[in-house]
Design a binder for this molecule. Structure first.
Ligand code: FAD
Ligand code: NAD
Length: 465
């Protein structure tokens, strides 16, 4: 058995863990990272990246399919499109391969030692790893737990056979003819929209009274409309009860109390993710928990000295860019720099059609915090660029303080709006006021002008509405 000591040991090479290790390596810290699977974690291998590749390919296919039916305003017509789904998936896998290989290269370049295997804690400063070359024991002064999260399984619909998680959906070899999705949140709607565009007959079963309940109804409404246009059937206030005896359909109790059987080749269960806290010796550490998550402070310190935790294992929002920011911060803290979590907002994007961006406080958040606000929106139907793209659905809404006009939140829904998220978070983090946004020239014709116009509208002098 080999035994080594390092200054920093990171468990899990997802966005949190690899960002932490790379930054630590850059700072000259002797760092080792242990990963059971591929570098990149959930995000690069079975999450953000493969899902966005599939979403994009599906959009391309749907554009051609609409041309066949003449359902576009551009006068474009086409013959029947065909889809070689194995090529689509191979293209997606190629992107994943390039990125996971890239992360491995970046770790090496930063001087980080990478070990492939499953880590288990002996105590707060020692882990054992089973590797192909045999067991290893690693001691470290500082440990970072970045073990991520895993899909929530429903007791009535255990994963296996036709019941799949997002990981299974991203590894399908054929587009299912009939796809039932339990959970109309991020994953259910991102993947559901993609499979609908690829030709699947999709039914979404959502327990709450509307899809995307984490966003306000104004934001989710354009998404619901587009799902209807795509022929996706959405059952809200509905409970999935399990497969029928022959396994060919999903029993659902609808909002009005009736039981329906939805015939489905695959049932995709996307009812949330839970922190990955088992199998690595959590019981060996005396860690305080916060619900199912590891409790951390503003420096991502756990209740055990020398043990930090970052990313999905520490709580909501379970987003890659939060994990990355925490990882960088912890590396700098281990290097002795004075750092603490001081971010005002963590933007969130739902890659549905249209996309949704949420940065900072919503109207409801501000009301709950008792802050007096000014709020208004600018619709894309009054934005030249949106019209030239044939997509005038959606809007940008600003929430600002009533007294000093400080931007508190920016929420938007629109085609391709994800790329505007940086403008929104820069404005909030730089503590811009409505007057600042109003004074900045926004290039024409772009959808970003709607951001400018929202600020002008709130100041009482919008030009284009
Ligand atoms: P993870 O990425 O989960 O990585 C944890 C790593 O730790 C894994 O590789 C695991 O193998 C390893 N590990 C765990 N335990 C051990 C152990 N004991 N020993 C060795 N290795 C171990 N977020 C976004 O911001 N944008 C998106 O568009 C987005 N899309 C998503 C789409 C899907 C389908 C899914 C499932 C998730 C998506 N997410 C998205 C969420 C995002 O993937 C996570 O927030 C992010 O990956 C969390 O990073 P992490 O480093 O905390 O953990
Ligand atoms: P989610 O929390 O986004 O959505 C789960 C949905 O399932 C909710 O609408 C919930 O009301 C519903 N639900 C729960 N139990 C149910 C039941 N028994 N029957 C029917 N509906 C039920 O979770 P997710 O879609 O699984 O995604 C998990 C997490 O992954 C997200 O919260 C997010 O942190 C991350 N993610 C992010 C992105 C992105 O940033 N674009 C994309 C995918 C995933």
């Amino acid at each position: 058995m080999t035994e080594n000591s390092h200054k920093l040991l990171v468990i899990g090479a997802g966005p949190g863990g690899y960002a932490c290790a790379i930054r630590a390596g850059q700072l000259g810290i002797d760092t080792i990272i242990i990963e059971a699977g591929k570098p990149g974690g959930t995000c690069l291998t079975v999450g953000c990246i493969p899902s966005k590749a599939l979403i994009h390919a599906a959009q391309e296919f749907e554009t051609v399919a609409r041309a066949v039916s003449g359902d576009n305003p551009f006068g474009i017509a086409a013959e029947k499109p065909s889809l070689d789904f194995s090529k689509t998936m191979a293209w997606k896998d190629g992107i994943v391969g390039r990125l996971t290989g890239g992360v491995a290269g970046l770790l090496k370049k930063a001087g980080v030692t990478t070990v492939t295997g499953w880590a288990r804690f002996r105590d707060g400063k020692t882990v054992e790893v089973e590797t192909d070359a045999g067991p290893r024991v690693i001691h470290a002064e500082h440990v970072v737990i970045a073990t991520g999260s895993e899909p929530v399984e429903l007791q009535s619909l255990p994963f296996g056979g036709s019941v799949i998680s997002s990981t299974g959906a991203l590894a399908l070899t054929d587009v299912p003819k009939r796809l039932a999705i339990v959970g109309g949140g991020y994953i259910g709607l991102e993947l559901g929209t993609a499979f609908a565009k690829l030709g699947a007959a999709v039914t979404v079963v959502e327990a709450q009274s509307r899809i995307l309940p984490q966003y306000d109804a104004d934001l989710s409404q354009p998404v619901a409309k587009r799902l209807r246009e795509l022929g996706v059937s959405v059952l809200t206030g509905a409970k999935a009860q399990g497969l029928t005896a022959d396994g060919t359909a999903l029993h659902v109790e609808t909002a009005d109390g009736e039981t329906r059987a939805i015939v489905a080749d695959k049932v995709l269960v996307t009812v949330g993710r839970k922190p990955a806290v088992s199998g690595w010796g959590l019981d060996r550490l005396d860690l305080d928990m916060q619900g199912p998550f590891i409790r951390i402070d503003e420096q991502c310190r756990t209740s055990t000295r020398g043990v930090h935790a970052i990313g999905d294992v520490t709580g909501e929002p379970m987003l890659a860019h939060r994990a990355i920011a925490q990882g960088e911060m912890v590396a700098e803290i281990v290097a002795g720099r004075k750092r603490a979590w001081d971010r005002i907002c963590i933007p969130a994007i739902c890659f549905t059609d249209p996309e949704i961006v949420a940065a900072g406080l919503s109207v409801a958040d501000a009301a709950a915090a008792g802050i007096a606000i000014k709020t208004d929106l600018f619709p894309f139907r009054a934005n030249g660029r949106a019209l030239t793209l044939g997509r005038e659905d959606g809007f940008i809404r600003i929430v600002a303080r009533a007294d000093n006009h400080l931007l508190l939140g920016i929420h938007a829904v629109g085609a391709g709006i994800a790329e505007l998220s940086a403008a929104f978070s820069v404005a909030i983090e730089m503590q811009a006021r409505l007057e600042d946004i109003a004074a900045i020239i926004h290039a024409h014709p772009t959808m970003s002008e709607a951001f400018h116009e929202t600020a002008l509208k709130l100041l009482g002098h919008a030009i284009h509405v």
